[in-house]
Design a protein around this ligand. Structure first.
Ligand code: CP
Ligand code: NVA
Length: 303
C-alpha cells in the first residue's frame, strides 16, 4: 500500500528506523548502488526553497532515480486544474510526489488523490522532513534522545509543530518557549504531550526564555516571519526579541548545548551572528542532514 509523509505522525512507528537508515546512508557517501533506478520524483513548489529543493533533487539522483522540478505557477495546477486531477495525472507519470504547499488542506487533498506516495516539503502546519533531519542530527551529536532537554524559541510555527511530534516520538523532553500570542497549534501540543507520556518524556510550554533554557541540551529557533505570514517586521521584532538566541541565553544552557536552526536564518533577529557562527552551532551539519534523511524517506517509500 502506498504511504504518504505529510505529518511527522506518518513516521510515528518507524522514526527511529528512519533516523538509523539516514545515518547509514550518510556513511555510504553517495555510493548506494542505485536502489531507485528508473524511479521519478515530481517536486512541486508553491513557495521558494534552497535546502528542500536541492536536497531532494540530489537525494533521488544519488539513489539512481530522477527528479522533476515543478513550480506550481508554471503548471496547470496554478491555472485552474484541480489538485485531485493533478494528483491523478502525475501518479501516471512518476513514482512519488514531493510538495511544498501554502495550505495543509491542499496538501491533504493531493495526498488523498495521488496513487503514489506524497511527501511534504513543508506547509503552513508542518515540516516533517526537517524534523526527521533534526532528530538525525541530535542522535549523531548527542548519541541518543532519552533525558535530553530540547528548547524551541520563537514562533510556534510549522517547524515547531513538527518538532513537538518528533521530540514526543523520540522521547525527548521539549519546551515550546513562545510568546502567548504565537504558541504552536493547540491540537498538536496536546497530541504530542500524549505521545510523550507514552514514551516517558514531557512536552511543556513556557513564555520565560531564561527559565526554559536552563540546563538545555538543544536550543532551536526559526524565522519570526514564515513564508505567507504578513506580520510586519516591527511587530515581529517587538514580540519575539526576548526569545532571540544570543550568548546570554546560551550561557544558561549546558556548556555542550547545541544550537539548531532549520535555516534560512535572519541573522541578529532570531539568532545572533556570534551564536550562529560560534562553537555550539550545528546549523550547517543540520542542513546537510536534510539530504541523508530524505534519502531514508525516499528509499523507504519508493524502493
Ligand atoms: N529548511 C528549509 O526547508 O529550507 P528551504 O526553505 O531552503 O527549503
Ligand atoms: N517556518 C519557515 C520555515 C522555512 C524553512 C517557513 O514556513 O517559512
Amino acid at each position: 500500500m502506498k504511504r504518504n509523509i505529510i505529518s511527522v505522525l506518518d513516521m510515528k512507528d518507524d522514526m527511529h528506523q528512519l533516523v538509523d537508515l539516514a545515518i547509514k546512508l550518510k556513511a555510504e557517501r553517495g555510493n548506494h548502488g542505485d536502489p531507485l533506478k528508473g524511479k521519478s520524483l515530481a517536486m512541486i513548489f508553491e513557495k521558494p526553497s534552497t535546502r528542500t529543493r536541492i536536497s531532494f533533487d540530489v537525494a533521488i539522483s544519488e539513489l539512481g532515480g530522477h527528479p522533476l522540478y515543478i513550480h506550481s505557477g508554471d503548471s496547470q495546477m496554478g491555472h485552474g486544474e484541480t489538485v485531485e486531477d493533478t494528483a491523478r495525472v502525475m501518479s501516471r507519470f512518476v513514482h512519488g510526489i514531493m510538495y511544498r504547499a501554502y495550505d495543509y488542506k491542499i496538501m491533504d487533498r493531493l495526498g488523498d488523490a495521488a496513487t503514489v506516495p506524497v511527501i511534504s516539503g513543508l506547509d503552513n502546519l508542518e515540516h516533517p522532513c526537517q524534523a526527521l533531519a533534526d532528530m538525525m542530527t541530535i542522535k549523531e551529536i548527542k548519541g541518543g534522545f532519552k533525558g535530553r532537554k530540547f528548547v524551541y524559541l520563537g514562533d510556534g510555527n510549522n517547524v515547531c509543530n513538527s518538532l513537538l511530534y518528533a521530540c514526543a516520538i523520540m522521547g525527548i523532553d521539549m519546551v515550546a518557549c513562545c510568546p502567548a500570542v504565537r504558541m504552536p497549534n493547540a491540537e498538536i501540543m496536546l497530541g504530542a504531550a500524549r505521545i510523550a507520556e507514552e514514551n516517558g518524556s514531557r512536552i511543556e510550554a513556557s513564555h520565560k526564555p531564561y527559565e526554559a533554557c536552563k540546563d538545555a541540551d538543544v536550543l532551536y529557533t526559526d524565522t519570526w516571519i514564515s513564508m505567507g505570514d504578513d506580520t510586519p517586521v516591527e511587530t515581529a521584532t517587538r514580540i519575539f526579541m526576548p526569545y532571540q538566541i544570543n550568548k546570554d541565553l546560551l550561557a544558561v544552557a549546558k556548556p555542550d548545548c547545541i544550537v539548531m536552526h532549520c535555516l534560512p536564518a535572519h541573522r541578529n533577529m532570531e539568532i545572533t551572528d556570534e551564536v550562529m557562527d560560534g562553537p555550539n552551532s550545528v546549523v550547517f551539519d543540520q542542513a546537510e542532514n536534510r539530504l541523508h534523511a530524505q534519502k531514508a524517506v525516499l528509499y523507504t517509500l519508493l524502493k
